[in-house]
Design a protein around this ligand. Structure first.
Ligand SMILES: [Zn+2]
Length: 144
């Protein structure tokens, strides 16, 4: 597990340009029901596969393929790096958009350059409309 976190963080850092962090996030694995409740208003299927809320915990779905696990984790780890960089205003919708675009760009590069796949994402975030207590919920891949 530790090695996997190091592997994913290595790519997240390298592809984003953020320095490798002093401490690693804690990864928490949860089922779709958890994500549905937290990010999809209890709807199933819930197209959210990862969640990062500006702490030290990254939550990932436990029903993804190994390939999806890797690239969704890269996306969420970029958010972790962004948060620890202190470069973004956490309350700004504009910065939220920028953070999301950057995370998806890194995730796409990881899929193309490391996994040799192609990307087709459904970006399901509405940064200025949803509950301010959970401002950064979206990381959706159409092919988990
Ligand atoms: Zn995101």
């Amino acid at each position: 597990m530790k090695e996997w976190v190091l592997y994913v963080m290595g790519w997240a850092s390298q592809l984003s340009g953020y320095p490798f962090p002093d401490s690693l996030p804690e990864v928490q694995w949860e089922p779709e029901s958890w994500f549905s409740h937290r990010a999809c208003k209890d709807h199933v299927p819930c197209p959210v596969f990862g969640l990062y809320e500006d702490g030290d915990v990254v939550v990932l779905r436990n029903d993804m393929t190994d390939t999806a696990k890797d690239h969704v984790a890269v996306h969420e780890f970029v958010h972790y790096l962004q948060h620890h960089s202190g470069r973004f205003d956490l309350n700004s919708c504009f910065d939220t958009d920028k953070r999301e675009q950057e995370a998806f760009r890194v995730q796409s590069r990881f899929i193309a350059e490391v996994q040799g796949g192609f990307t087709a994402f459904t970006i399901s975030h509405l940064p200025c409309e949803h509950d301010p207590r959970t401002p950064f919920t979206a990381a959706a891949a159409s092919r988990p």
